[in-house]
Write a protein that binds this ligand. Sequence first.
Ligand SMILES: C[S@@+](CC[C@H](N)C(=O)[O-])C[C@H]1O[C@@H](n2cnc3c(N)ncnc32)[C@H](O)[C@@H]1O
Length: 347
Amino acid sequence: MRLGIVPEGIVDRIALASGQLPTPIVETFWGIALGRLIITGAQLGVFDALVEGEKTVEEIAEYTKCDPEGMETLLDALNGFGYLARSDGHFSLNKKSRKWLTKTSSSSMYDAIMFMSELWKMMEDMEQTIKSGKTTNLHYANKPPEFWERYMRGLATFAKYAGPEIVRKVPLKIKPKRLLGVGGGHASYSMAFCRKYPELKAEVLDLSGAVEQGKKIVKEQGLEDRVIFREGDLREAEWGEGYDLVLLFNVIHNISVEEAEQAMVKAYQALKPKGTFVILDSEHIGGKGNLSVTSGFNELLFFLLSSCRAYPEESIREWVTNAGFTKLRKRKLLAMPMTLLLIGERE
Ligand SMILES: C[S@@+](CC[C@H](N)C(=O)[O-])C[C@H]1O[C@@H](n2cnc3c(N)ncnc32)[C@H](O)[C@@H]1O
């Protein structure tokens, strides 16, 4: 998947084909603008203002408690980028903004967009970080509850969306009774498995900031009887034993190679014989050639956020196999095509 410059007419096409259009400027300027615009529109409630139907600038300004002139400029910009429709002095949602950006939509990405605004702040010192090579791991940085709330609710949004597909694509021979979600935070993937398997109970092991938010999210979903939390650092905590299913979703890129190898061994020990281990993480081809946008950018992102890297699939497979897992299977997800879903079985 790539972001690109899409010509809108014959002159645009010729300009692009001629090589005279300074594409890096377009990508830099519009790249900055687009992310900032969507975050601002969502945060100010612009998309929610239009759920019931079209509105004038003044009506949207009143709904969002904003200055009408400022709001008009934001609405025009959102229209220019194709996130709102504009006709006869009225603005309205289009298919994309209604589906993804309104809080009440069942596919709402609102919480994920709010997490993007945290990422925006964390990328501000990028030049300095790259220059010095000094990074910290956000998970151990005493971040306030407000950060953890955006972090967990943001990722829960992806999980709500992709969780059912993952559950469908993880074949289980026996009906699982006990699941361990390591670094499971918001617990949304654990809840997705619980919804499919009525006898399943889940335990989520995570750091205190994540657990605090995860408990609230699970309660909102009415699954607090089936999903419980354990506060702890996965590197030191006992993971326990006798589980049918262990999930390690989007965690490896937050820990070092040695810690990741150790985590695979702990996952093996935590499972019953024939138990299933599932890894979800950013896909990465290693050093072989050109990277996708996701793989390349995630390298940088995980370095900035966690002092870690996106590990190549080949390395992850090696660690999992060394820990003793067999029957490794990889699945592709339509909801998240750029991720690696790897399933293994304990002997
Ligand atoms: C990127 S989030 C993934 C959350 C969730 N598993 C998902 O896939 O959406 C990484 C999670 O790992 C947790 N985590 C990171 N380092 C950890 C550690 N040392 N011990 C326990 N949990 C950790 C974080 O708190 C967070 O919940």
